[in-house]
Design a protein around this ligand. Structure first.
Ligand code: FES
Length: 205
């Protein structure tokens, strides 16, 4: 029938009602999703990630390191660092501590004092003295080496590194792996020639 009261008219009404319900459900789902995202942002704002606990660890006597020297240091949590001397003042400003793990694919980076740079032998990654990548894949990806705080007290150089606690609750100590001062050449592949301790022993805070 043409007045919309027959079976066809009823079908049209049913379809309209169905579409109406569907659009309301979609709108409600969108609102829930939006409020959910806002809620997640609010929670992150109110309860930010707990900062990593750091502890100061003894590295070396300042006088042990000449300009251009570097120490390879392993923190108590197992991460490794290059601590390079780049100045002569005898203050913490003379030194820089950077992660020795290349941000490209994780090879070991080393300091080359003679070239005033950090170098990753795996794919020729080069980093400036502040750890900013300037050549190779890490530069293409605008990467840099993570930096760690240093301090000098009484002529002793300390680094702040992530804590690992022993079973008794005491903080574990890191260790100096090698003194790299005066190393010549383009660096080495740590997979082929792992660091060898030169008898510096384990050091702690
Ligand atoms: Fe260092 Fe590729 S892992 S440049």
């Amino acid at each position: 029938m043409a007045d919309g009261t027959g079976p066809e008219g009823k079908d049209r009404e049913d379809r309209r009602a169905f579409l109406d319900r569907s659009s309301k459900v979609a709108m409600a789902a969108g609102l829930v999703g939006g409020y959910g995202s806002l809620g997640a942002i609010a929670i992150r704002y109110l309860y930010p990630a707990r900062p990593e606990e750091l502890s100061w660890q003894y590295v070396a006597r300042v006088e042990e390191m000449d300009l251009g020297d570097a120490v390879r240091y392993r923190g108590p949590a197992g991460e490794t660092h290059n601590i390079a001397r780049q100045g002569r003042d005898g203050t913490s400003e003379d030194f820089i501590a950077l992660s020795s793990t290349c941000p490209h694919l994780g090879c070991q980076v080393r300091w080359e004092g003679q070239h005033n740079r950090f170098f990753c032998p795996c794919h020729g990654g080069v980093f400036d003295p502040a750890g900013v990548a300037i050549e190779g894949p890490p530069a293409e990806a605008a990467q840099r080496l993570s930096r760690y705080p240093l301090k000098v007290e009484g002529g002793l150089l300390h680094i702040a590194v992530p804590v690992r606690r022993l079973a008794n609750g005491e903080p574990a100590h890191g260790e100096v792996l090698a003194l790299d001062g005066g190393v010549e050449g383009p660096g080495h592949d740590p997979c082929l020639a792992p660091d060898v301790s030169r008898g510096k022993g384990t050091r702690g805070a």
